[in-house]
Structures are given as C-alpha cells and as structure tokens.
Write a protein that binds this ligand. Structure first.
Ligand SMILES: [Zn+2]
Length: 468
C-alpha cells in the first residue's frame, strides 16, 4: 500500500491524501480546497496529484470547505466513483459547496466587471465549478453511519468514528488486507474537543498501524470553557443593557453560529438574556442551522436532555433568521440595542463587514471576535487591537469596544490532540503530521516524541510513502 500526500501537507488547507492498495485500488481521503495565497490557489485547486479518472472512491472526514471544496472539480475532471461520508456531512456538503459555487460565480462576475472597466486582462478568474457540478458531485454520495464497518471491497473496509469537530465529523479507519496480512490505516481528520456544546465528544480511534494526524494547534492551548457562558453574558449586559448599543458577533456559519445561538437559547430559557432582538444574518448560517435540526443523531447528551423541555435549541422569542438582503440592510437602521451574528468569522467577506462598518466608530457598540482570524483579515486587525481599519476602501477609527473569546475553537489544542492519540502508543508504527503550519508541526513533533512516539514525519505536497 502507498499513501501520497496531495494537500494540507506542509500547510493547513487543501486536505487530501491518496491511498493506493497493492492491487491498484485508489481511495482519496478528503478533497479539500486550498485557501492560501490566491495566485497559488488558482493552480493548486485546478491540478490534482493524480488522474481523477483513475480514482475509485473518495472518503470525507467532514464538511469544512478545506476538506471537501474540490470535490465538484474532481467530478468535472472525470471522477465517477462513490463518495463515502456520514449523513450529516452529506447534508452540510450540499449547502457548503453550493455556497462556494455561488461565491465563485459572484466574485468572477465582479472581477470581470472591474477588469473591463480598467482595461485589465481577465485571466485567472473563472470559477472552479458551477452549481450544476455541485449537484453532480452530490449524486455520488453514499452515506455511512458512525461505528460500523462498511466493506468497500473484499480487501478494504471503512469505519467512521465521532471526531467531535463539527456536525457529522469523523475520523476514518481503513482495514486493509494485502498479501495475507491485515493492517489498519487511520486518518484523524480534524480533531475536535471534549465538552463542546451540541455535538458529541471525540472518541478514540481503533488502534492503527499507520496514522495520518492533523496538527493545527501544535504548541498551543485554548482558554478554558467554564467561563465562556458568563463571559458572553457579561459582554451582552455591558453592551446592550448598560451602553444600550449593538453587539456584533462575526461568526463562521457552520458550527460557531449554532453554538452561540444555543448559548443564547439557554440564556433565554433561564431568563438571563435581556429582552433585545437577536439577528442571525447570513443565508449560509440559516441553511446550516436547518441542517443541525435535521441531524439529532449527532447531538450530545446535554442537548438531548435540553430538547426534552425545549424542542428547538436554535430558536427562541426575539431571535430572527435573516436571508433577504433588504432585511439585512434594514437592521442598520435599528437604533435600539441588538445582537447581530453574521459571517464571515474573519470579517473578510459577507454581510458582517457592513455591520462592522456601521458600528465600529460607535463607542456604545461592541465587536466580539469568537474564532481564528488569519493575519491580514479585518478580524485579525481588530483582535490585535489596531486603532484604525479599512472597510470597503474607507479608513475607520476603532471606537467600539473589541472583545475576543478564544474558547469556542472547534480544534483540539495540543493537550487534547495528545489525549486523542494516546491509545495508539503501542500499536502505531508511523505517524504522518498534516494540516499544520511549520511551527505547529515542529511543536507537535517534539511533544509526540516526549510522549513516546518516535516515528513522526512531516510529509510535503506530492510525497509518497510505501507502507506494509
Ligand atoms: Zn475542519
């Protein structure tokens, strides 16, 4: 058996690893979009490290776009095999990929318009795929529940286990029989965190012989969770009750938005939430929340208990879901206190930029950053305390309060990753670290070595290893 590292190798995005069995059968683990430098992304997302027509199947760990975002392109290039995923991953893949196709089309038309106006060439702009390509990709899905072996071929079986990262997320274990031997290859996908709301905790994988392991938060530790409910309530009280201002929460549509809405739902049920309107203003967030309602099989015990007396954990009096762009604009004219949850989480795209632009110079307002913001984004500038930012080409003074809550992360920190892999100590022969920056991988390699894992490697894009 061979494994070729075709994405998220030596970096974070574009997750994709090709497994080739000795009889020639090819299975691709994830087919993610590369989201780094735009010039590099153009080529990276259009070329594959293999011929898509020769691929037999794809197995998806979860529905984040850096794990599924090139799937329609793969189909466009001739892939016709099965795509294995959990039921919730399939549901989320539909809305995530449709959103991605629509954004690409919108950006393309906008860029062409600007280029033509300025007399510039229009190369390097075409969308990767269309809405039609997304539907073709979706027709290939075969859904598989957690905790059961599925025989894909006589010598290859697949097992999904809860990864605790986002709704539907799974670690992948492959049982392979070759030349009279049986062994297991594991892929962690993205490792989630214990004790997060809504979804179940990550479960340890089977003991495997070889492990492809993520390393996003190598060398880092998250803020502890118990304080986050009180922290959020304090920010709401200060902003909306004492200052009578607006609280703007830039949040990722998938996961983070539902966690915050669920927390506000609990505050509403307990009577702690002040009587102010709450808006979830993002079409993707609204669609993602609908998918959460469809998959109670993914809920943790806390949420199962909660819905016994509150059947809708993502809906309460005063909560409004906004999809129409005119309704979104109307929020700007509201003069009374309000909470506005909108994407993107990094304030680099989407409607939240308008809400931040309208409130950033108002000292009564607060912008609450609840997720990772890449350097260069407006969210990052706010999180590190810049006094001025640029939005829509205008310079804006930061007069609103800026708050940061780091505890919402869906990624395990270093200690949590170590806990997740600790049961592999006696079985695993080699670990391949992917999905991490150079610094994160170096730190995690050191830590793994201290924990007794000696054979740890950091493959680069295109590297291939023979395993037996
Ligand atoms: Zn992820």
């Amino acid at each position: 058996m061979k494994v070729k590292f075709c994405g998220a190798a030596g970096e974070v995005t574009g997750s994709s690893h090709l497994v080739t069995l000795s009889n020639g059968y090819k299975a691709l683990l994830d087919c993610g979009l590369y989201q780094g430098d735009p010039e590099k992304a153009y080529d990276m997302n259009r070329q594959f490290e293999f011929d898509p027509r020769e691929l037999d199947c794809v197995i998806l760990s979860h529905a984040h776009i850096d794990h599924i975002g090139r799937l329609p392109k793969l189909v466009k290039k001739g892939f016709r095999g099965n795509v294995y995923a959990t039921p919730a991953t399939r549901s989320l893949a539909l809305i995530m990929l449709l959103d991605s196709a629509k954004i690409q089309q919108y950006d393309y038309e906008y860029d062409v318009k600007i280029a033509q106006r300025k007399g510039l060439p229009t190369k390097h702009m075409e969308p990767l795929y269309t809405v039609d390509d997304v539907y073709k990709a979706l027709s290939l899905f075969v859904t598989v529940g957690y905790n059961r072996w599925l025989k894909i071929k006589s010598n290859l079986s697949l097992y999904f286990r809860e990864a605790g990262h986002i709704l539907g997320s799974a670690s992948i274990c492959l049982k392979i029989k070759e030349e009279g031997k049986e062994f297991k290859l594991g892929f962690t996908g993205d490792i989630g965190r214990p004790s997060r709301p809504i979804i179940k905790n990550p479960e340890p994988m089977h003991k495997v012989d070889y492990l492809i392991c993520e390393s996003t938060y190598g060398g880092r530790k998250h803020e502890s969770r118990p304080s986050e409910y009180k922290h959020l309530l304090d920010i709401i009280t200060k902003t909306c009750v004492e200052k009578k201002g607006k609280l703007i929460i830039p949040a990722f549509s998938l996961g983070r938005t539902q966690e915050i809405v669920f927390m506000l739902d609990k505050m509403s049920s307990s009577g702690e939430l002040p009587k102010i309107p709450v808006y979830v203003d993002s079409p993707l967030s609204v669609n993602a929340t609908r998918v959460f309602r469809l998959h109670p099989e993914c809920y943790d015990d806390e949420l199962v208990d909660y819905i016994e007396f509150n059947p809708d954990p993502f809906g309460f009096n005063g909560l409004h879901y906004i999809t129409d762009v005119n309704d979104s604009k109307a929020i700007n004219s509201i003069k009374t206190p309000a909470i506005i949850i909108s994407s993107s989480g990094m304030v680099n795209a989407g409607r939240v930029r308008h809400h931040v632009a309208n409130n950033i110079e108002n000292p009564n307002s607060t912008i609450l950053i609840v997720g990772y913001c890449a350097p260069g984004t407006t969210g990052h500038a706010l999180a590190i305390g810049k006094e001025e930012i640029f939005l829509f080409g205008d310079k804006k003074k930061v007069r609103a309060d800026i708050e940061v809550m780091d505890s919402f992360s869906a990624h395990a920190d270093e200690d949590e990753m170590i806990d997740f892999v600790s049961n592999q100590k006696k079985s695993v022969k080699k670990i391949f670290l992917v999905h991490g920056s150079d610094t994160a991988r170096a730190a995690f390699t050191d830590r793994l070595s201290k924990e007794g894992f000696s054979q740890v490697f950091s493959p680069m894009l295109g590297d291939e290893v023979e395993l037996d």
